[in-house]
Design a protein around this ligand. Sequence first.
Ligand code: SF4
Length: 353
Amino acid sequence: MDLVKILESKRRLNKEEGEALYELDLYTLGKFATEKRVERFGKKTFFNSNRHINPTNICADVCKFCAFSANRKNPNPYKMSHEEILKNVDEAVELGAKEIHIVSAHHPDAGMSWYMDIFELIKKKYPFLHVKALTAAEVDYLSRRYGHSYEEILNIMKQKGVDSMPGGGAEIFDEKIRSRVCKDKVSSNNWLKIHEKWHNLGFKSNATMLFGHIEDRAHRIDHMIRLRDLQDKTGGFNAFIPLVYQRENNYLNVKEFLGSQEILRTIAISRLMLDNIPHIKAYWATSTINLALVAQEFGADDLDGTIQKESIQSAAGAKSSQGMKFKDFIDLITTSGFIPVERDSLYNELKSY
Ligand code: SF4
């Protein structure tokens, strides 16, 4: 198989070709991924001013890779009241946030209104804020826990003011690996089904992939192809976010570090495989900011945002708990040779720096 010729032909890549891309040298992969990125966005790198809020870590599920859930190794259970969440939002708005990203653990008895009413409260106080909330895993959990269909949950989200869905909970779609890392969580098919229904309601979402644990390269390509197939049907994914598995404080006990080269390869291959998902995000909270900056040369065009505060990845060892200052973010993108473009949550351009 002459991969370089296939890449030069610019046709869609199949599963075997996707797996074979991992054997290409890193420079060649970077060159082709950059070509694709530049075709779409030139040297622009997108980011937004956002705040992540994780209102509870008390969880009915027991994903083995998770260090955030208070049921696992995290000894500090918490559940915020709506007042506390709103206080966080006030602070975020003062710091310039335009998006609030809300993801919780699967609390066994917080109740539907604790999960849902907060969105309405936020929108009432700050109608200009974009509320990105509830992963497909949370939608599935609420559906099972409170006996509502997916459609009902998604319609409540719509009524309460959720603007888009984050991409979390996808983990890795391969059913065998999934049953070892997050048994009992939303199934792969249902994760995809929930996003399809959300897109059919006219909304956008993102898609993640957790990699660098016990999956292999073929599982990553399979994951990307399942997303690509759904995107062909709905066009509803804005961004693909490969999340690097964090090794601390969890029960997977992965000994090997993934290594920067493998992370960069996976980002570049995402850009090449996912010809129909516009944005490839290097989520610095899991890859480190330094590697995320290098990933701009490997197909990534989005660095997420300032985050301000983050609890899920930082519980597992990521250095993201305090977010990044807006100006530092812009300086880092500029000095790495790219053009920082502040975007809104739906990728409309707000300002170039
Ligand atoms: S990943 Fe989410 S659902 Fe799984 S144990 Fe952690 S908090 Fe719960």
